[in-house]
Design a protein around this ligand. Structure first.
Ligand code: SF4
Length: 229
């Protein structure tokens, strides 16, 4: 499939979501894929809302792209932060860098900073959208474009599932979409600053996320449940 065919098919999915699944929300972390979806949503399916999670541990470059995206599209990007009492108790009990100590503590941090805020962010929606692509990780190989998300009790759409990395970057260049400059510095996948590193050429694109863990554990709890349709 050519890029323009993939774009047309993605627009069709977004417009179907807009017709049948409102309220629907894109959860954006301002990675390249999320920026493509933001551009397509603003232009073709503007009733889909855009939300983001500010974990409190993001790179400055990620805040910069949030600002650029607000300025460029003049659209509302609703920001959700962790619940202060949960974060205070997690930090007090386990310290600031507990994610390096065990998978359990890393997942506990992701729960407080990402999963719980996401639940509030998309709660009450009929569907949520992500920029996941099949080729990104072993944990994403059997995803569907549309699937029932049992954990969040709503439909989950991955409209860019079959896009390749080249498709994403060609779209960004052709449409002058703002993107995170860390992508130019060897970061194919960008999350929290202490849990993300640059990768070497030829290295797996998810190798820079939680690089001290086995690849099968490398999700933050947002994308674990399946119910493909
Ligand atoms: S990615 Fe790291 S810092 Fe961010 S929420 Fe997860 S464990 Fe915490």
């Amino acid at each position: 499939m050519t890029l323009s065919q993939k774009v047309a098919s993605t627009i069709q999915i977004l417009q179907q979501i807009e017709k049948e699944y409102l309220p629907a929300k894109l959860a954006s972390s301002f990675g390249a894929e999320d920026q493509v979806l933001t551009d397509l949503i603003v232009k073709h399916a503007p009733q889909i809302a855009i939300i983001t999670l500010d974990t409190g541990r993001l790179h400055q470059q990620t805040y910069d792209v949030l600002k650029k995206t607000r300025d460029r599209y003049q659209t509302t990007i609703t920001v959700f932060t962790p619940r202060h009492e949960q974060l205070e108790s997690h930090m007090t009990e386990f310290g600031p860098n507990a994610f390096y100590e065990s998978i359990e503590l890393r997942k506990a941090c992701c729960f407080v900073r990402k999963v719980e805020p996401l639940k509030r962010a998309i709660g009450g929606s009929k569907a949520w959208l992500t920029g996941l692509r099949r080729e990104q990780a072993v944990t994403r190989h059997d995803l569907g474009v549309s699937e029932w998300d049992a954990a969040f009790g709503m439909q989950k759409f991955n409209p860019l599932l079959e896009w390749g990395l080249d498709d994403v970057w060609n779209y960004i260049k052709e449409n002058d979409v703002p993107y995170n400059v860390l992508h130019d510095q060897g970061f194919p996948s960008i999350g929290c600053e202490p849990c993300t590193r640059a990768v070497a050429e030829g290295e797996d694109i998810r190798a820079g996320r939680w690089w001290w863990e086995d690849p099968v554990h490398k999700e933050c709890g947002l994308h674990n449940q399946k119910g493909k349709q």
